[in-house]
Design a protein around this ligand. Structure first.
Ligand code: ADP
Length: 304
């Protein structure tokens, strides 16, 4: 099946600095594809080029089979966008925001009116139809932004950090809705800083850093390919001293971060047995996850 979103050799520089550097991507219909990376990695610039909003310096992009930016207007009729920051119109009610947005797509008010009940139900905002935007909670605004992105019944939805700033309940509701969209055959491309979100939601992921995709695959593949299967976190005041004396004996690779030592191992049993005998150390034994992969690939130091 042909790809819904495609990029080959995409490049973009700002002020002589390459922020996207030879990016190749192919996303199929019905996939939820996650783009992960630290701040400044080039994720938003990539989304903008794939949407035809930013012109690449080199390379090709296709959206729904159409070349972008050349045919971006035509392609975007079938695309929904959830931007990083909610940009709802504060002077309008919930329903009016949907109506006004529909006009950008050339939809008649009557067409949008007919869709509003289903959109509000999808966003769990049925009883907020006439509420003004400033009276909504953060989670409600996010859901309205998602409903607004669906006003033109798009085939593809771009979501830039869709759940940033939401509480766990609100995030779970958004996740449920995004799953419903992919099960309807819609294609999702999202960026996120939440590794649990990426692991649960995305069929495939790419980790991006310094403008390049450094690893791509299913969440399971990324974990299996990049990291030891077991992690033992050792923490407490004495953890760093313990690591200096003993960690190398029990783990192939370990990292000290503050008062926690992360030990990455193929087989945790010898280390766990040793730790059980250390009364003044606490530990947590768990399977490796996507956050471990992310930190290994992009480092633990802060960006920006
Ligand atoms: P991310 O979304 O991964 O945080 P961005 O794509 O926003 O990364 O940014 C990548 C780099 O490009 C950053 O260093 C950012 O400052 C720079 N950048 C992005 N957009 C512009 C722009 N319009 N003009 C100049 N620099 C930009």
């Amino acid at each position: 099946m042909s790809a819904v979103i495609e990029a080959s050799g995409l490049q973009k520089s700002y002020a002589g600095q390459r922020v996207v550097d030879g990016l190749n991507l192919s996303i199929r219909k019905g996939e939820c594809f996650g783009l992960l990376g630290p701040n400044g990695a080039g994720k938003t610039t990539t989304l903008r080029m794939l949407l035809g909003l930013t012109e690449p310096d080199a390379g090709d992009a296709r959206l729904l089979g159409l070349p972008v930016p050349q045919a971006a207007r035509e392609a975007r009729i079938r695309v929904g966008v959830v931007p990083q920051m909610d940009n709802l119109d504060p002077d309008f009610s919930v329903a009016e925001n949907l109506l006004v947005y529909g006009r950008y797509f050339g939809l008649r008010d009557s067409e949008v009116e007919a869709r509003i009940p289903a959109l509000l139900e999808f966003a769990s905002l049925t009883n907020k139809r006439d509420a003004k935007v400033p009276t909504l909670s953060g989670g409600m605004k996010r859901r309205l932004t998602l409903a607004r992105a669906l006003v033109n019944d798009p085939d593809v939805i771009f979501l830039d950090e869709p759940t940033t700033g939401l509480d766990p309940q609100a995030r779970h509701l958004i996740w449920q809705r995004l799953r419903e969209l992919t099960s309807q055959g819609k294609t999702l491309l999202l960026t996120t800083h939440f590794m649990d979100e990426a692991e649960r939601l995305c069929h495939r992921l790419a980790v991006m850093d310094n403008g390049r995709l450094i690893s791509q695959g299913t969440p399971r593949e990324l974990i299996d390919r990049n990291i030891e299967p077991q992690v033992v976190e050792v923490f407490g005041e004495r953890a760093a001293a313990w690591a200096a004396a003993h960690a190398a004996q029990y783990s192939q690779r370990f990292e000290v971060s503050g008062e926690t030592v992360f030990c990455y191992v193929q087989e945790a049993q010898p280390l766990v047995a040793h730790l059980q005998a250390q009364a003044d150390l606490r530990y947590l034994h768990r399977p490796a996850n996507l956050e471990d992969v992310f930190l290994k690939l992009t480092g633990r130091e802060m960006r920006e």
